[in-house]
Design a protein around this ligand. Structure first.
Ligand SMILES: C[S@@+](CC[C@H](N)C(=O)[O-])C[C@H]1O[C@@H](n2cnc3c(N)ncnc32)[C@H](O)[C@@H]1O
Length: 168
C-alpha cells in the first residue's frame, strides 16, 4: 500500500535541468573527492546522473518516502555504480558533515527546513536549493548571500532558477 505522506505533491528537476546544474557548478562536480547529497532524493535520478556524469567520489540520496526510496534503490541493481546509495530517512536525523555539495529541491518542504539544511551543511559546502531560507532567517544572517542561477528545467516549472551559496 502507498505510504501516507503529508505534502506528497511530487516534482523533479529534469535530466536537462540537472545537466545545466552540473555545468554551472562544474568545478564542484569535477572534484574526485566530492561527496554529493540530494536531501529529498525522490526516485533517485539526480544521484544517479551525478555519479554517471561527473567526477565526484560519492552520491547519496536521502528520502523520507519509503516507496520512492525503494524504487531508487532498485534502479541501482541494473547499474554498475558502486558509489551511489539511497537511505530511507528524514535527512535531519543524519550526519551529512562529509558533504561537499548538498542539493535539495525543497520548494514543497516546510519553510523552516530551508534554514535547517543550511545548518546541517559543513563549512565550505556548496548548497543548492529550490527555495532559499525565509526572510526572517535571512535578516538574522545578512552575511549569507544566496544567488540565483539561470532557469533550471523542472517538471513543475521551466522559469525558476535554483538558489545557491557556499556555507561559511
Ligand atoms: C521535489 S522532490 C525532489 C526529487 C529530486 N531530488 C529532484 O530534485 O528531482 C522532494 C522530495 O523530498 C522528500 N522529503 C521531504 N522532506 C524530507 C525530509 N525531511 N527528509 C527526507 N526527504 C524528504 C519528499 O518525499 C520528496 O520525495
Amino acid at each position: 500500500m502507498e505510504q501516507m505522506f503529508p505534502g506528497s505533491v511530487y516534482g523533479e528537476i529534469t535530466k536537462k535541468g540537472f545537466s545545466k546544474l552540473l555545468d554551472i557548478f562544474e568545478d564542484h562536480f569535477n572534484n574526485p573527492k566530492g561527496i554529493f547529497y540530494d536531501l529529498g532524493s525522490g526516485y533517485g535520478d539526480l544521484c544517479i546522473q551525478a555519479a554517471k556524469s561527473s567526477k565526484i567520489d560519492k552520491s547519496i540520496g536521502i528520502e523520507l518516502h519509503k516507496q520512492r526510496c525503494r524504487v531508487a534503490s532498485e534502479k541501482l541493481k541494473d547499474l554498475d555504480l558502486s558509489n551511489v546509495s539511497f537511505i530511507n530517512s528524514d535527512f535531519r536525523k543524519l550526519d551529512v558533515s562529509d558533504a561537499t555539495i548538498i542539493l535539495s529541491s525543497n520548494e514543497g518542504m516546510p519553510i523552516h527546513l530551508n534554514s535547517d539544511i543550511y545548518d546541517l551543511a559543513p563549512k565550505g559546502c556548496l548548497i543548492i536549493l529550490g527555495r532559499r531560507p525565509h526572510l526572517k532567517w535571512r535578516k538574522k544572517n545578512p552575511h549569507v548571500i544566496f544567488t540565483r542561477t539561470e532557469p533550471i528545467e523542472k517538471t513543475y516549472t521551466t522559469t525558476k532558477g535554483n538558489w545557491y551559496t557556499i556555507k561559511e
